[in-house]
Write a protein that binds this ligand. Structure first.
Ligand SMILES: O=P(O)(O)OC[C@H]1O[C@H](OP(=O)(O)OP(=O)(O)O)[C@H](O)[C@@H]1O
Ligand code: HPA
Ligand SMILES: [Mg+2]
Length: 181
């Protein structure tokens, strides 16, 4: 497994520090508000688990699963809902939690879809942002790290469903992609 990694781009220690800051900011901003954290499966699960434990105000958790990527590293552009929320949202402030905003297509779809359900508010939170790759204009309210255009894995992010459990955010060696194609 370690042989597949070219470099750790963001270390577990750096992530931990940043997630703590993000949790503190969210706790301040949503104090006294009815917060529903919407985790986007599967990529966001590790970040979500760490983030909610740094949030000090009451909250509820729900999940959506959407998919725009196949087994490769490029988006097809089409977003599909694989699993929807289980709770009503009209009386809630929603915070979408993502692992990465890349082209922005997934987040744009989620924002439009959730806003149409008339919640009290909708904001977005991601641990990683790749602004160079953006295809659509989308607003990110809480962003952990802005990274260059590398395909990254670890901390929830996968390549062909692998490497999600790595504690660091890592860049794979080019030969790994060649091997798995
Ligand atoms: O900004 P975009 O170009 O839309 O890419 C970002 C999205 O793509 C990945 O999800 P994916 O659809 O691969 O599902 P996964 O979370 O299960 O890995 C990632 O978790 C984001 O949800
Ligand atoms: O860099 C990435 N890594 C893993 N999944 C992704 N989905 C969009 N960008 C990425
Ligand atoms: Mg993915």
């Amino acid at each position: 497994m370690q042989d597949d990694i070219a470099e750790a781009l963001v270390s577990a220690a750096e992530i931990k520090k940043r997630v703590k800051e993000m949790g503190a900011a969210i706790s301040r901003d949503y104090a006294g508000k009815d917060l529903l954290v919407v985790g986007i499966l599967k990529g966001a699960i590790i970040f979500l688990a760490d983030l909610v434990r740094e949030i000090t105000i009451p909250l509820q958790l729900d999940f959506m699963a959407v998919s725009s990527y196949g087994a490769g590293t490029t988006t097809s552009g089409a977003v599909r809902i694989l699993k929807d929320l289980e709770v009503p949202v009209e009386d809630k402030h929603l915070l979408i939690v993502e692992d990465i905003v890349d082209t922005g297509l997934t987040l744009k779809y989620l924002l439009e879809n959730l806003k149409a359900r008339k919640p009290l508010s909708v904001r977005s939170c991601t641990i990683l942002d790749k602004p160079e790759r953006r295809l659509v204009d989308v607003h990110v309210d809480y962003s952990g790290f802005s990274i260059p255009d590398y395909f990254v894995v670890g901390y929830g992010l996968d390549y062909a469903q692998k490497y999600r459990h790595l504690p660091d955010i890592c860049v794979l060696k080019p030969e790994v992609y060649a091997r798995q194609k």
